[in-house]
Design a protein around this ligand. Sequence first.
Ligand code: GLA
Ligand code: ZN
Length: 665
Amino acid sequence: MPELKLPFLGHGGDYNPDQWRDRPDILEEDVRLMKLAGCNLMSVGIFAWSALEPREGEYDFGWLGDVLDRLHAAGISVFLATPSGARPAWMSRRYPEVLRVRPDGQRNLHGERHNHCFTSPVYRAFVGRINRALVERFGHHPAVVGWHLSNEYGGECHCALCQQAFRAWLKARYGTLEALNRAWWTGFWSKTYSDWEELHSPSPVGETSIHGLNLAWRRFVTHQTADFMRAEAAPIREVTPELPVTTNLMEIFGGLDYFEFCRDLDFASFDSYPRWGGPDGEWTALCAAFNYDWMRTLKQRPFALMESTPSQVNWHDVCKLKKPGMHLLSSLQAVAHGADTVQYFQWRKSRGAAEKFHGAVVDHVGHEHTRTFREVQSVSGALAKLDDVRGAMPEVRAALLFDTQNRWALEDCQGPRRDMGYLETVLEHYRALRRHGVALDVIDETCDFERYHLVAAPMLYMLRPGVAERLEAFVRRGGTLVCSCRTGCVDEDDLCFLGDFPGPLRQTLGLWVEETDALYDGEANGIRMNDGRSYTCRALCDRIHPETAETLGVYTADFYAGEPCVTRNGLGEGAAYYIATRPDAEFLDDFYTGIADRAGLECPLRGLPVGVGAMARGGLLFVMNFTGRAVRASLPEGVDVLAGRRTGGETELPVNGVLAIRPGR
Ligand code: GLA
Ligand code: ZN
């Protein structure tokens, strides 16, 4: 697998010269401004299909060649994009099968983007042809250092071709209709299928109540999208096997199983648009960091921050400007967590259409004398001093298990609450561990657990085959496992485990769950720990029976007051904890402080003020102030390579301050 090997930390953005072909003066000026901004990496051609193939079969690549030559002459590298994210109107008109069909069976009209059928042989053929032409013409151009496939793959198509492909996929997965009927419990409501042709994707005007079908469909969508992506990458892999291939992924995206999807990519890249400037800076920063940790873990490689905005977006409900310093801070946060590039959507604001007010390095004013431009320059200045981190992976010995297929199952789950709050729960555990300074991978059920000391796996509702066994082995060999309510309920087809929950994790956790109470929003129960500390909890309360587990805390209210709520089961060399409810932040903070100490996790800079993040990478310790105010923190002795100043002792961190400390005297 080719790696992303840049001789520098990448800095640049989506560049759309295709929109400015009648303005050679602007195309020239772009290069001057890029050099002035300290940019060295542009993503070119992402939505350029109608400029590249204005009429069927007629390629116009001359302008793109000129752009690549010009960038190369200026020492700027390129991720060359394939254009499949949006197609020309002539194609939809002549070949309507490329248009996506909605779940209600209605075919879309031509419009928008990201709206093609992933199965259509016609679309695949068009994409294959233009990608081959692009790679043959430009694959060996000295500016090109990698491939940017399409854009933000996502969505689904319910056309007849996709239904056929779905049935074929189901046949391959289940073998026989009997097996499928059994796995989906179709005896319920008389749903038994008697012919493969009766199978159809879930639809609001059809079937939504077979959870096994819903899960299968979402798995199929990942499979089919990845299959499309493989097809579009085939000519590229053939002609330029040495160049790494990526596509840009989205924030906490649940439409695709990214671990599965990314098996075909060489490195992950990410589009990051946090709501900076909101009321809770710590939470915003945590959500961003969570995504970065996920991206780094997907391939266990540094990732590209493929998109971010240098100022504001145009699609949040309220699009705030990044306050002074926030652009540098937010960019270096990605680098601290594993990014080898800082890139933007977009280089230059378009003059018209949907994104004309989306932030860009170059505004409509067209020159460099803007605050945003200076903030971008500050990032190039910093990246030049951070080369130590390039290619480096942070040392990580703890993992948070966030499994997309589990998320699908939980989202579909009917009872005991409509919203099970999986994502929020995962983020709450993430916050507690990060507050303690623990570096985390964000893994899923298919990842190797053995490389960690601690695996936190809240709400692991759906256990795919072998997962419980691997978690048990992990604990027996000395690992620490943390589970919480709604664990071990269903198998990979969404069938409940018989013999009660937590199903195949019963022995590992040393308990069984008799029933689960749901609390109204705003309603709470309490937890009292053996040492007397007490906390609140909410949403869900399992009533549990410890078998080999010891009780660490009990409920304080309702008819199950006094019953166990927090347990620990020593097993082999390790231990498995169970938190039978959704506890408050104070509980998780205290709980993980103890756990991290016992699991021997080294925490850089524990005890930083809440909202100040720390992350070590490539021998540098990044300290980042997301609190929105100046705070005092105790820093290790060393040198902040950004400011070129010695550090040590009590220090004031300015608003949006960021340091990269090389420890030492
Ligand atoms: C996404 C897309 C870009 C652009 C940005 C705007 O990430 O990939 O084309 O629309 O959003 O924030
Ligand atoms: Zn289709």
